[in-house]
Ligand binder design. Structure first.
Ligand SMILES: NC(=O)C1=CN([C@@H]2O[C@H](COP(=O)(O)OP(=O)(O)OC[C@H]3O[C@@H](n4cnc5c(N)ncnc54)[C@H](OP(=O)(O)O)[C@@H]3O)[C@@H](O)[C@H]2O)C=CC1
Ligand SMILES: C[C@H](O)[C@@H]1OC(=O)[C@H](O)[C@@H]1O
Length: 256
């Protein structure tokens, strides 16, 4: 009567940065929820591993070895999908990186690399997928931000600026595209153990600093993130738009 479906059966999702870490987990979780998954990253061997795991749960994987900072390659992905008549119903802009320089030390090249990878690529994929979703009657766009977009972290001003921009971009795209049946939302994780953070989390003192400001006193496990990602991609979130869901063990509410 009231419970909407959390299933992604019959849907096709595109996940950037799906070669490892959070993107790989979301791609596999979407497959477990029934979706076929288009997976994008620069490392073919990583993609092949993710594809094997997707197909082991019975759905299809479409692999694209591409650099999300290269506009021709981004457009090429969608042109190929058009030719193969594969519609993207769900887009997850996950690809991201960080160079943890102090503000005085940030070079123009570092600025460009972080901005282009984390922010501009998400906008390019959203434009390409959003245009097609408008024509097909709707879809879901989810971009991975970070608590760093909401509170100040010691892990770099440029990274934090991209994540804050993603939160605002999410609102603006939701404002423009809600009329087309497109839900645009963001997920803001706190620390999860992935290749991006492995070294940081191996430092016992640093890990203790993290736990001291985390009400749940643990870092995230990847299934903690996949659940919210499936929710936002499903019809259960059809009236959720322009929001950022922090998946952070309570970190962003930290009070005293
Ligand atoms: N781990 C964490 O604690 C947190 C992560 N996040 C965010 O989650 C997202 C994923 O992070 P995480 O899984 O930890 O990172 P990882 O470094 O583990 O994985 C990043 C993925 O993105 C891909 N990628 C990076 N640059 C490009 C590029 N230019 N073109 C195509 N693919 C690219 C990588 O593949 P390849 O290098 O082979 O191209 C890899 O598959 C990021 O946006 C990050 O900011 C947010 C908060 C916390
Ligand atoms: C929680 C942050 O996003 C975290 O900070 C880092 O240094 C890593 O880049 C993670 O993304």
């Amino acid at each position: 009567m009231y419970l909407p479906s959390f299933s992604l059966k019959g849907k096709t999702a595109l996940v950037t940065g799906a070669g490892r870490g959070i993107g790989q987990a979301i791609a596999i979780g979407y497959a477990e929820a029934g979706a076929d998954v288009v997976i994008v990253s620069r490392t073919q061997s990583d993609l092949e591993k993710t594809a094997q795991l997707i197909e082991s749960v019975g759905t299809k994987a479409y692999l694209f070895e591409a650099d999300v900072t290269n506009k021709d390659q981004v457009k090429g992905i969608f042109e190929t999908l058009d030719l193969e008549q594969i519609n993207v119903d769900i887009l997850v802009n996950n690809a991201g990186m960080n160079i943890r320089s102090k503000a005085f030390d940030v070079s123009d090249e570092e600025w460009d690399t972080i901005m282009h990878t984390n922010l501009r690529s998400a906008f390019w994929f959203s434009q390409q997928a959003g245009q097609r979703m408008k024509e097909s009657g709707g879809g879901k766009i989810i971009t991975i931000s970070s608590v760093a977009g909401h509170v100040a972290l010691r892990t770099g001003v440029v990274y934090a600026s991209t994540k804050a921009a993603i939160i605002q971009m999410t609102k603006n795209l939701a404002l423009e595209w809600g009329q087309y049946g497109i839900n645009v939302n963001s997920i803001g994780p706190w620390y999860f153990k992935t290749p991006l953070t492995e070294k940081l989390l191996a430092d016992k003192e640093y890990l203790q600093d993290i736990l001291d400001v985390t009400p749940q006193k643990r870092v995230g496990e990847l299934p903690d993130l996949v659940g919210p990602a499936v929710f936002l991609a499903s019809e259960a979130a059809d009236y959720v738009n322009g929001q950022t869901l922090f998946v952070d063990g309570g970190m962003t509410i930290q009070g005293f």
